[in-house]
Design a protein around this ligand. Sequence first.
Ligand code: CUA
Length: 315
Amino acid sequence: MEHHLLDGMQSALNPQGPQAAVVAEISWLLIGGAALIFIGIMGLTAYAVFARRERAGRISALRLIVGGGIIFPAATLTALLVYSLLRTASLADESAQVPLRIEVIGEQWWWRVHYVGDDGRPDFATANEIRIPVGQPVELALASADVIHGFWVPSLAGKLDMIPGRTNRLRIMAGQPGKFRGQCTEYCGGPHAFMAFYIVADDPQTYATWTERQRQPAAAPVQKVAAQGLDLFVAHCATCHTVRGTRAAGIRGPDLTHVGSRSTIGAGLLTNNTGSLAGWIASNQHLKPGNLMPDFRHFSGIELRALAEYLESLK
Ligand code: CUA
């Protein structure tokens, strides 16, 4: 596999799919064109400053104003407008095969994700990490539960706002397997900067295994410490969180049925492991100030460990 300087970077100049490739192409054309014009202007400026007086009159002032100030910018901007309209029109191509549909709802300050079955019914819910199969078109239905958020995964597509009361549709397709970072790009209050997520593109086989697993309710804990964690979870966390297969069915916060299978917690903030889970539960207001989950400082170290072990076991 060919390696590239921008591998893994959250950058619009690191396209990993056809939609992002169009955005990168337009970006490079604009950057290149702007550089050429800048060089031209610098040349004219140098001429104005350094040319000998008797040569300065050779370029007529009127011609310079009409040609360089009116005709050139009008022609250039018109050409760019037509070009970018034609190129971006190809992004909205509805004729392609019926894509996989995923609903993503921006919430203060995380991402609720619903997979939609072929029959249009809800399939399963997850949060902050969206898995897609490589090489297959995916349609994201972007909505908001509260204020305006901005959905942007630069390696896969241009950005699109999530606006309360409406649904915006975004087509993406990953050209190769990988993990692509996304970020909320519309200021939505408090910890807006900590509202990140990942899109993980898997080969179709791995993706199918993952979806099959996500559909299942949570497995019953095997180890004693995880079983204690489940009891604590149902007693203290069920108002806000769901773990399918248990009595926890709260819907304010992220669905945690398979939280152990996600690579991060806190909306892309921390690597997911028992240490970060325990730290998050006890002290998330320190880690992500202003988020809507309170600190749970009353848990003992043993209780925190049990909760973290339980959550981590939810693969
Ligand atoms: Cu959500 Cu900024």
